[in-house]
Write a protein that binds this ligand. Sequence first.
Ligand SMILES: Nc1ncnc2c1ncn2[C@@H]1O[C@H](COP(=O)(O)OP(=O)(O)OP(=O)(O)O)[C@@H](O)[C@H]1O
Ligand SMILES: [Mg+2]
Length: 340
Amino acid sequence: MAENHGAILAEDLVKVYGGKVRAVDGVSFDVRPGEIFGFLGPNGAGKTTSVSMLSAGLRPTSGRAVVDGLEVSRNPEQVKRHIGVIFQESTADGDLTGRENLEIAAGAYGMGRAESRKRADELLEKMHLGDSSERYAKTYSGGMRRRLELAVGLVHQPRILFLDEPTLGLDPQGRAGFWEFIQKIRQENGTTVFVTTHYLDEADTLCERIAIIDHGKIVATGTPTELKDRLGGDIVTIKTATENPDMTGVLHALPGVNSLQKKDASYRVKCASGETFVPLAVEAVSKAGVGVTGVIVKRPSLDEVFLEFTGREYREEEGPTATDRAVMIQRVQQNLRGRR
Ligand SMILES: Nc1ncnc2c1ncn2[C@@H]1O[C@H](COP(=O)(O)OP(=O)(O)OP(=O)(O)O)[C@@H](O)[C@H]1O
Ligand SMILES: [Mg+2]
């Protein structure tokens, strides 16, 4: 294995389902060892499909994936031993105890009884599940289950973790707790983390770099700060009482305006400084005889970045698509087959 390879390399990855759905359409990026890399995109953008190809669960139609220096299509089984994958839905067996889930997983990776037990103990302790280790997983809370799944995903000490919406459905406390564990693992083992998430605030605080995918294509890559800076200033939304007359020209003529989008009776303006722009805008619009009904000033957050690059608001309530289930089931089956 070459010493200087990155952790994950995607080169022009393409996945076409059933000969017509181009779910992933030429995706390229690289993830450095030890990095937390966020993969964001609206529902159906191709996130789960990309994760599946990178984690040797799904064959790309074309393109190349290299994980931990291994060409994924040539060494799928070896790749699976280098990575841990956590799916967006629960994969822990509810009718087994936490400990049993872990010991069975350890056994599947070829560890003997004593070693499996030791590894299970270690992970139960680490994930704060020690007191509940003999309880059926179905009695666990959502947060506990996610921690158990994380433990299962870590049983073979993978160098790279793939997490597909790992905190979906957890309350803020559960999410924060889960991320604390991820951070700890990363600090202790230098694990690389590739994560898709619907929570942009999570991505903003946790990810070193982010790629935004839309319609199967990467539309932006960079650190959260770089991406926010790229928006070039504040975002002001001016809501007016009526859609007509159109205030586009009036607002555009004001100093410091970089761009403007109109939707119904509201105007989304990117400008150098929200503070200076707002009084000018209110005055100009009022002078034109149109009432201003609301003003929102935002320093760019990842939400704005997302809106900018995808043209869509990020909707957290949109859960996983039905297709995710199909992909996930297929992947679980392949994974199990791979371990036997
Ligand atoms: N097994 C499949 N067969 C056919 N089409 C599929 C299959 N899996 C996914 N797709 C389609 O591919 C596209 C990308 O789906 P994918 O699940 O990768 O998106 P996603 O970004 O993970 O979405 P979400 O945020 O909803 O999880 C969608 O249009 C989806 O309907
Ligand atoms: Mg998905």
